[in-house]
Design a protein around this ligand. Structure first.
Ligand code: 7PM
Length: 282
């Protein structure tokens, strides 16, 4: 880990998240299930059970996302995202002890989620949405700034970089400066290179190899590679056969300085990152 971010403790709306060792962020998707009642009771129960399970497996943060950010996906209207995300955040905040993060780039969703008990903003647009900087500054919770080239609908068409690691690092440094200028304290920022967000397979592996240069910016680094196409394309495996590859990637990321690993597979990832952390600090 880098000196400046080593041992940092984030205050996630009153819930501490210590980065003295690598931490696990469990992914909780709250897209409606087609077999549900269409509104929501069963969806909510399913989300609560999944979150409890992830906490039991060792999740340190639960990331609630309403699918607004998925590669190739169409934007989700504000009201629909609020409807999906806020009841889940509220229920989880009342029943798990760990911080809840919200995967959104919409300042209105961020605001409502923090009011409902979320303690961390996970923003794939790095506070570039109108009003997002101001909202983050006034909400006072930590923010993860993620790099993306282009927009979700089109970003995988033809990603291009001269030096992907340098360009991602420069972008993140500029977003840190913008956040600080807007009144978000540096100590409440995290950085994420945005694996799969406007990157080719080669770009993704160059970023993984060069993650230490992102960590050298001196802020905690979060990574999300779980089940992504950088695993599936390389190994030629469908979604449900990407666990082993994802664990390999998670271990490398932690060895290269990542502090938080975002994953669908909490128990296995927790073991993998412990091994990597032991090797990194031996
Ligand atoms: C389909 C494609 C569904 C991609 C879901 C995804 C990240 C994130 C996502 C990440 C941070 C996923 C992605 N990825 N937030 N949200 N970092 N901070 O695999 O890499 O969950 S959405």
């Amino acid at each position: 880990m880098t000196a400046a971010s080593e041992g940092a403790v984030l205050d996630c709306g009153g819930r501490p998240l210590s980065l003295d060792r690598p931490r696990i962020m469990g992914v909780l998707n709250v897209t409606p299930d087609s077999f549900s009642d269409g509104g929501h009771f069963l969806d909510l129960e399913r989300a609560r059970a999944h979150a409890r399970q992830m906490v039991a497996e060792g999740a340190d943060v639960i990331d609630v996302g309403g699918e607004s950010s998925r590669p190739g996906a169409n934007p989700v209207p504000l009201e629909q995202e609020l409807d999906r995300v806020i009841p889940v955040v509220e229920a989880l905040a009342g029943e798990v002890d760990c911080p809840i993060s919200v995967d959104t780039y919409k300042p209105q969703v961020a605001q409502a989620a923090v009011a409902a008990g979320a303690g961390l903003l996970n923003d794939i647009r790095a506070l570039q949405e109108p009003g997002a900087l101001e909202a983050a500054a006034s909400l006072g919770v930590p923010v993860c700034l993620m790099h993306m080239q282009g927009r979700p609908q089109t970003m995988q068409a033809a990603p291009e970089y001269r030096d992907v690691v340098a360009e991602v690092a420069d972008f993140l440094a500029a977003r840190v400066a913008a956040a600080e200028a807007a009144g978000v304290p540096r100590a409440s920022l995290l950085l994420d290179p945005g694996f799969g967000f406007g990157k080719t397979l080669a770009h993704n592996y160059q970023l993984l190899r060069g993650l230490d240069r992102i960590a050298a910016l001196g802020l905690p680094v979060l990574v999300g590679m779980s089940r992504k196409s950088m695993i599936g394309q390389l190994l030629e495996r469908p979604l449900e056969e990407r666990l082993a590859g994802s664990l390999g990637a998670a271990a490398v990321a932690v060895f290269q300085g990542a502090h938080i690993v975002r994953t669908h597979d909490v128990a296995a990832t927790a073991d993998a990152v412990r091994v990597a952390a032991a090797a990194a600090s031996a």
